[in-house]
Design a protein around this ligand. Structure first.
Ligand code: SAM
Length: 326
């Protein structure tokens, strides 16, 4: 029975599960100084991940995205994929990655049950890529994308955050790239999180501006199915790839919200920009607690708000997206 529905009739069949806060990249808009180790944090164990996934799946979740931090930094990452994929009711297992281990592991992950990959590539210019991410690994990441196709993934989604004065000039290069490649390029509008006011003011590009450019160049917007998430997707007859725009500041962004998040520390977050997380961890150490866990999820969902408060400059408790699984 489908139980993950809120007071606004939104259905949440999609779970974003963060398995670590640790990241080896230093993206300017996320972790510019790199990940700061905190010995007190213990991330979800494989058993805890299994219990969370089971509880969500029993309530109707069919898609799980494994994210972080950088999820592939976990030594047991392939087992995490297997654990999620083996859960009855879970049909899609996706991951979001910076791609640096993909060339080596895409095949193994696919065998383990991974069905979709999103990889972040903020620039197609290796120098700009290095400048934004703090890592000189552009060619490794691109080799990872090739490896994903060879491993049998039919489409790869690529996330890019376009920023004024940095990589916004890359738009044409990105478009040329997807002309003959089955890539869904997803431009994520820069979001203002707690730690980056100045960067936001300096580099924010409105998603609506990119949308105007696409429409002028003959791209058309796909009609959304009722359970599609907030991305607006565009296609063009001359292009094999497509474009997704993720515009958290747009008027109806939250109306199509279909996702819930669990952080690497086992907290349920009803919104990326919410003020609090609901602790689930006390119910994750024993299979006997499944019913209580589901009850807590149900009760928490009753409190999900209609929208975030980003427009009022309120980014909630999120210092950066790595800490909650962006
Ligand atoms: N390490 C993985 C990766 O690099 O994709 C997964 C975690 S990362 C936090 C997930 C996505 O969030 C990335 O595509 C990144 O570009 C995006 N992101 C992080 N901070 C952001 C911000 N302030 N605004 C927009 N997107 C952001």
């Amino acid at each position: 029975m489908f139980e993950l529905q809120d007071a606004f009739a939104r259905k949440f069949q999609y779970l974003r599960l963060s398995v670590t806060d640790v990241c080896n990249f230093k993206c300017q808009y996320c972790l510019p100084d790199g990940y700061m180790p905190d010995g007190r944090k213990t991330f979800l164990t494989l058993d805890e991940i299994r219990r969370i996934t089971h509880a969500f799946a029993a309530m109707g979740t069919s898609k799980v995205r494994i994210t972080g931090g950088e999820p592939s930094l976990r030594k047991d990452f392939t087992q995490i994929i297997e654990t999620v994929a083996d859960t009855p009711g879970i049909e899609k297992v996706a991951m979001t990655t910076n791609g640096y281990r993909m060339a080596k592991f895409a095949h193994e992950w696919r065998q383990a049950g991974l069905t979709a990959i999103n990889v972040s590539v903020d620039s197609l210019d290796p120098r700009m890529f290095h400048q934004i991410t703090g890592q000189n690994r552009f060619h490794e990441v691109m080799a990872g994308i090739d490896a994903a196709f060879v491993a049998g993934f039919e489409q790869v989604k690529v996330n890019a955050v376009l920023m004024r004065g940095l990589n916004d000039g890359d738009l044409d290069r990105f478009l040329a790239w997807i002309k003959d490649n089955p890539i869904q390029l997803r431009f994520i509008e820069l979001m203002q999180t707690g730690e980056m006011d100045t960067l936001f003011e300096r580099h924010h590009v409105r998603g609506a501006l990119i949308k105007d450019i696409l429409l002028q160049q003959g791209w058309s917007q796909k009609v959304k199915a009722h359970n599609d998430g907030p991305a607006e997707v565009f296609f063009h007859p001359d292009y094999q790839g497509e474009i997704g725009l993720i515009m958290p500041y747009s008027k109806d962004f939250c109306a199509s919200c279909n996702r819930l998040r669990v952080s690497s520390l086992g907290k349920l977050h009803l919104c990326l920009f919410g003020d609090y997380g609901v602790d689930l961890r006390d119910l994750l150490s024993d299979d006997q607690d499944q019913a209580a866990l589901q009850r807590r999820l149900r009760e928490a969902l009753a409190d999900k708000k209609a929208t975030h408060f980003l427009h009022q400059g309120h980014a909630g408790m999120t210092p950066n997206l790595a800490s909650i699984g962006g």
